[in-house]
Design a protein around this ligand. Structure first.
Ligand code: SF4
Length: 432
């Protein structure tokens, strides 16, 4: 029997989809890339924007149309919203019971009865979704946390993923050891990763220390993203002292205007954010810091946008992820007055994306001549690509290294927005 998986949304969603793919394959199913020749189509939905929900619906209708006989299952955040627009699906599973999908598919194939599994999210436990190897990914991914208690005014996630909860530390370390058999680098991910471990009284930094101690073969550990309020002194110390922890932090900013940050319900102002990245850079001079920024939030005047733009410049980020504000029904911000004209949102987003390219070029150009440790990905022709600890994508021309090798590389030149590295000129005792 064949199955196809369509995944929308974040790294956590992708991780969960891959975990179910592994579970189905272990039960004898074969993964297909085409809905039309599949016996089941699983759609991992997203609700982060109205557009994402619309795409989830389109995927269901496309799957239905491509193969009316296939069992269709819609899963996750948008399914959890139960707005009735996914009722065409045979199986609907919300933000819990995802790892029961293989059994639910079997149950539907036996009974033909539609299955609806949507729980109240208040008390749901963390659902382990082990994943040995993330196909077509250059790094292993480990989901260690789920849910969020912060309720930023623009965000639907706390309503569809429930309260924050974590994978127990013992299982997390065991999962990391299994992933490290296939991958030299692991990215720790979650919905609010920095809030890991509250129920176990184990911090993210403590979990990372345990993984590094108990999985000596692991070459690098990376955090997908972390809120500035959770970048603790303990974590900064760990990054400073442990070379296997990636020297890159992606710290969502969202706005560089304090008035907008207040309207977003973000738990900090620009002074606190700037003081935090100054502290990080003081302790770890050679670290890359990047951020998420939302432009065109309700009420964002031209002057407020210029404040954000100036703050982004002042922070000297390594790159930016730029999002034009997207109204999401069901959030507080959706009801706010002064929604910004889509044309203006688009202009502001484009302006910030140009800034991101400028900042990224400046950051990478400044690394030319330095030496970095690159974890290699699958070779392309005679060249080997890979990433440094501070998340620079490097190409090593005319040299082939097996995937997952750790190579010391001199950053030779930054050409056409690509870092070119060379290995032969590196002497082992030269400092990184
Ligand atoms: S921290 Fe804010 S933006 Fe992030 S998931 Fe929670 S509510 Fe959403």
């Amino acid at each position: 029997m064949k199955f196809a998986i369509c995944n929308l949304g974040c790294k956590v969603n992708a991780c969960e989809a891959e975990s179910i793919s592994e579970a189905l394959t272990a039960k004898g199913w074969t993964r297909s890339t085409k809905e039309e020749d599949s016996d089941a189509v699983l759609i991992f939905t997203c609700a982060v924007t109205n557009t994402a929900s619309a795409k989830s619906r389109q995927m269901l209708h496309k799957a239905r149309h491509a193969n009316p006989k296939a069992v269709t299952a819609v899963v996750g955040c948008y399914a959890q919203m139960q707005d009735g627009l996914l009722d065409d699906a045979d199986i609907i599973v919300g933000s819990s019971h995802k790892n029961e999908l293989p059994e639910l598919l079997e149950q539907f194939r036996q009974t033909g009865k539609k299955i609806r599994l949507i729980e109240d999210l208040k008390q749901i436990p963390f659902e382990p979704m082990p994943l040995d190897h993330f196909e077509d990914h250059s790094r292993g991914v480990l989901k260690i946390q789920d849910g969020c208690n912060q309720f930023c005014t623009y965000c639907i996630i706390p309503y569809v993923r429930g309260r924050e909860r974590s994978l127990d530390p013992k299982t997390a370390v065991a999962d990391a050891a299994r992933v490290a058999q296939n991958d030299s680098e692991i990215v720790l991910t979650g919905i609010h990763t920095g809030r890991y471990g509250k129920e176990y009284n184990v911090s993210l930094a403590q979990l990372m220390k345990r993984i590094l101690q108990e999985v000596p073969s692991l070459k690098r550990l990376r955090i997908s993203s972390i809120e500035m309020t959770e970048v603790s002194d303990e974590l900064i110390q760990l990054i400073k002292e442990e070379p296997r922890v990636a020297h890159h932090l992606h710290i969502p900013l969202q706005s560089g205007c304090d008035e907008i940050l207040r309207k977003m319900g973000r738990p900090y102002d620009t002074a606190a954010y700037y003081a935090k990245i100054e502290q990080i850079r003081h302790e770890i001079p050679h670290i890359a810091i990047s951020c998420d920024v939302i432009v065109g939030f309700p009420g964002e005047s031209e002057e407020m946008f210029e404040k954000t733009y100036a703050f982004l410049e002042k922070c000297q980020f390594a790159f930016l992820h730029v999002f034009p504000y997207s109204l999401r029904e069901g959030t507080k911000a959706a009801a706010m007055a002064d929604q910004i004209d889509p044309k203006i949102k688009k202009e502001r987003a484009e302006k910030c994306r140009r800034l991101s390219m400028k900042l990224e070029d400046a950051y990478q150009q400044a690394q030319v001549g330095s030496i970095g440790e690159v974890i290699t990905e699958r070779p392309h022709g005679n060249d080997t690509p890979g990433h440094t600890s501070d998340y620079i994508h490097v190409v090593i021309p005319d040299q082939k290294y097996p995937r997952g090798s750790l190579v010391r590389v001199r950053m030779k030149e930054y050409r056409s927005r690509q870092m070119i590295g060379k290995t032969e000129s590196v002497k082992n005792d030269e400092a990184i």
